[in-house]
Design a protein around this ligand. Structure first.
Ligand SMILES: [Zn+2]
Length: 175
């Protein structure tokens, strides 16, 4: 197995390099006390350390794919409800007849918005059950060249064609 870009055979599993980056962070942050990672800027010793959100820049680049969060999506959805509500207050006509009509339209919009939540949940479910496992498997089968930094992809035991999936995705594949 060798790197398709520089022919070096100094390859490391991406998942391993990622974990090494995380522990390297922990070792270093103990002395510096302040570190920058994918999670942002923060002081070591707080919640961030236990969450493992701080890491080396390389490790951040090699992060595994994550599942979509229902919680985060519903927070955004709720924020949308408030936005709609403020819009309703702002646009409410003064004429009572027109106000009644406006309210009817608003209820329609609200129904559509609730419907969108169902669709959103379905999309998240689908991503987490169909797309995520494939991405995760691909991540676990990825290698990084220590010489040039190229990310290489194991082709799931498939022969490597120019336009095969891993080649199309990463531009390179194993020989
Ligand atoms: Zn290389």
């Amino acid at each position: 197995m060798e790197c398709s870009a520089c022919q070096s055979n100094n390859l490391v599993k991406v998942s391993l390099a990622y974990e090494q980056g995380l522990s390297e962070y922990k070792g270093r942050s103990r002395s510096s006390g302040l570190s920058l990672g994918t999670g942002g800027l923060g002081l070591w010793g707080g919640r961030a350390e236990t969450n493992g959100t701080f890491q080396t820049r390389l490790s951040a680049r090699l992060s595994p794919p994550t599942k979509w969060s229902y919680w985060r999506a519903s927070k955004w959805w709720l924020a949308g409800i408030f936005a709609l509500w403020f819009l309703r207050i702002a646009l409410m006509p003064h004429n009572p007849y027109m106000a009644a009509e406006f309210n009817r339209d608003f209820v329609w919009a609200l129904d559509a918005y609730v419907g969108a939540l169902v669709l959103l949940c379905w999309l998240i479910w689908r991503y987490n059950h169909r797309v995520f496992p494939v991405k995760r498997k691909r991540w676990e089968g990825s290698f990084m060249c220590r010489h040039c930094g190229q990310i290489l992809q194991m082709g799931f035991n498939e022969p490597c064609y120019e336009n095969s999936y891993p080649a199309a995705r990463f531009g390179k594949c194993f020989r």
